[in-house]
Design a protein around this ligand. Structure first.
Ligand code: DON
Length: 304
């Protein structure tokens, strides 16, 4: 058996000592005060064994990591109709970039750039009776944890400063690719990004993507084909204009968030969540990426 505990403990030890931890995201003011020294990892293997190190049980703002969960929920609800409104190509641009959206007539390049995730949010607002409550319930069920909550302060902080997201939503609306009104969709989107979860809860919620759509308790949420597609999107688009670098260094499908979280998975083998709030210039966790590179190098396993 691979010594996951030993590997992640060593990675955490080296990360604590590393002086160059990147920069905390400050464009959402509420995120700016997080302690840059936080570092956690949680890994769950295919037999449900759990391995934890550092601050793995401390909650943080999952931000764009939530886009995979909202995509999973909407894909389960509307199936392939989703792809009439969102493309599946990497953008090669930062997550909040807008010019491609205009050039491509309001069809976002993929569901993980902000414009794409806003269309996914629009679909959930259309199909869920109580969108915020029902989505939270979906995430709690995936993670098998009823304590997961939205951080209202973070949601409000982003609402007050989310000018680019308002621009994206208005552009989508002008092309007829947003059904509900801009404020309603963005209120949902800001809440989804403001979900507060720890590494263990995130690794649990992402278990379905390494386990053919079945959660830890065996319930099926997505079919094998849908899981294949979501994992392909994580690999090609999960890190925006750094997706190539992540595939090159780490070799796993994954998703980052500006709260410093990353979740990645090796199908049929494990899923792992890392948290280190300092970001690199592309908005992805600096030490989280380094930790995952170290993991796939030390174990010798990646999807390649
Ligand atoms: O919409 C935003 O800008 C944030 N709520 C989420 C961005 C994010 O996490 C990008 N990922 N690295």
């Amino acid at each position: 058996m691979i010594g996951y505990q030993n590997i992640i403990d060593n990675i955490a030890k080296a990360a604590k000592k590393n002086k160059d931890k990147g920069k905390i995201a400050s464009y959402i003011p509420e995120l700016a005060s997080i302690d840059i020294n936080k570092f956690g990892i949680h890994l769950i293997d295919a037999d449900n064994n759990n391995f934890s190190t550092g601050d793995a049980l401390e909650g943080f703002s999952i931000q764009s990591v939530s886009k995979v969960l909202s995509l999973a929920h909407s894909f389960g609800l509307v199936g392939n109709d989703l792809w009439k409104r969102i493309d599946v190509e990497p953008s090669g641009d930062p997550f909040n970039h807008l010019s491609l959206l205009e050039l491509e007539n309001g069809i976002p390049r993929n569901p993980f750039i902000n414009a794409g995730a806003i269309v996914v949010a629009d679909i959930l607002v259309s199909h869920l009776k109580n969108p915020k409550k029902d989505f939270l319930n979906f995430v709690q069920k995936l993670a098998n944890d009823k304590t997961i909550r939205y951080n209202e302060k973070v949601a409000l902080s982003e609402k007050k400063t989310g000018f680019r997201n308002y621009a994206a939503a208005n552009l989508l609306k002008s092309y007829g690719n947003l059904i509900n009104d801009v404020d309603t969709v963005l209120d949902f989107y800001f809440h989804q990004c403001a979900l507060e979860m720890n590494c263990k809860q995130l690794a649990s919620a992402f278990f379905i993507f390494m386990n053919h759509g079945k959660c830890q308790r065996g319930k099926s949420y997505l079919n094998i084909n849908q899981v294949k597609r979501i994992n392909a999107l994580m690999l090609t688009c999960g890190f925006y204009d750094e997706a190539g670098e992540f595939a090159f260094e780490v070799g796993l499908p994954g998703k980052s968030g500006v709260g410093g979280g990353i979740v990645a998975l090796l199908p049929n083998t494990y899923c792992i969540a890392t948290w280190s709030p300092g970001l690199n210039p592309k908005g992805n966790s600096k030490l989280g990426m380094a930790a995952l590179e170290e993991l796939t190098t030390r174990t010798g396993h990646s999807i390649f």
